[in-house]
Design a protein around this ligand. Structure first.
Ligand code: FAD
Length: 195
């Protein structure tokens, strides 16, 4: 029989966050894009928060699939100090529609941290009782859609974009040439007609 499990872990990123005003950090975009494809394929769901260089991620789904994924995640060089802070069996998925929600820091989270004496998002300093509350806040928080920019799209995507813009240029040039030709023909015919 399939057993559903929920895990929550924290980790620290090994990459430096780039200056990304109104954009998600490119490494996060890559992780999210991959996670959404893989998790959907494997029937897994998840929610992730990244702040002040720290990850907080909750994953749910079939026990074996979760174990396999966590084994991969533990080896991922994009983060370190991976610490499993909660693991439990569940009867149903808590957020069945999110293959990987990227939760945003909102007022409620800010207030909760402040009320508990934290100035930054430092999950290593959180007391265990906070885990469930943080998860509930992340499930409730708004989600940011992925904004892919030129630094995050793959080379294949970029060259396919370039190809399609080249194609458009050729079509526009062709259209302009035909229009110029037709105009010249009309002008020539009307000159001949008046002579
Ligand atoms: P591929 O994407 O083909 O990757 C092959 C190998 O290359 C993997 O070992 C991978 O770790 C490594 N790799 C890929 N891209 C990079 C890169 N940019 N830099 C360095 N190494 C790289 N994956 C999920 O499927 N679901 C999740 O929910 C999920 N959550 C994650 C959360 C965090 C915080 C991090 C850091 C990673 C997460 N990942 C998640 C990614 C996961 O660690 C694996 O990279 C991914 O599952 C591998 O996918 P794949 O088997 O299709 O192999």
């Amino acid at each position: 029989m399939q057993k559903l499990v929920q895990i929550i872990y924290i980790s620290r990123s090994t990459f430096e966050s780039t200056d990304t005003i109104n954009k998600i950090e490119p490494n996060i975009v890559r992780i999210l894009s991959k996670s959404r494809i893989n998790n959907r394929k494997n029937g897994l769901v998840g929610v992730m928060y990244f702040g002040d260089g720290a990850f907080f991620q909750c994953l749910e789904g079939d026990e074996e699939a979760i174990n396999n994924l966590f084994a991969k995640i533990e080896k991922d060089p994009r983060h370190k100090d991976i610490k499993l802070i909660s693991r439990k069996y569940i009867l149903e998925l808590s957020f069945p529609n999110w293959s990987m929600k990227y939760a945003l820091f909102d007022k409620k989270m800010g207030k909760y941290l402040k009320d508990n004496g934290y100035q930054t998002f430092d999950p290593y300093a959180f007391i265990p009782e906070m885990t469930e509350k943080i998860l509930a806040l992340l499930i409730d928080s708004p989600e940011l859609s992925l904004e892919l920019d030129s630094t995050t799209t793959s080379q294949a995507e970029q060259s396919s974009l370039k190809l399609s813009s080249d194609k458009n240029l050729i079509l526009i040039s062709l259209f302009l040439s035909i229009t110029a030709f037709v105009c010249s023909l009309v002008a020539l015919l009307s000159v001949r007609g008046t002579v």
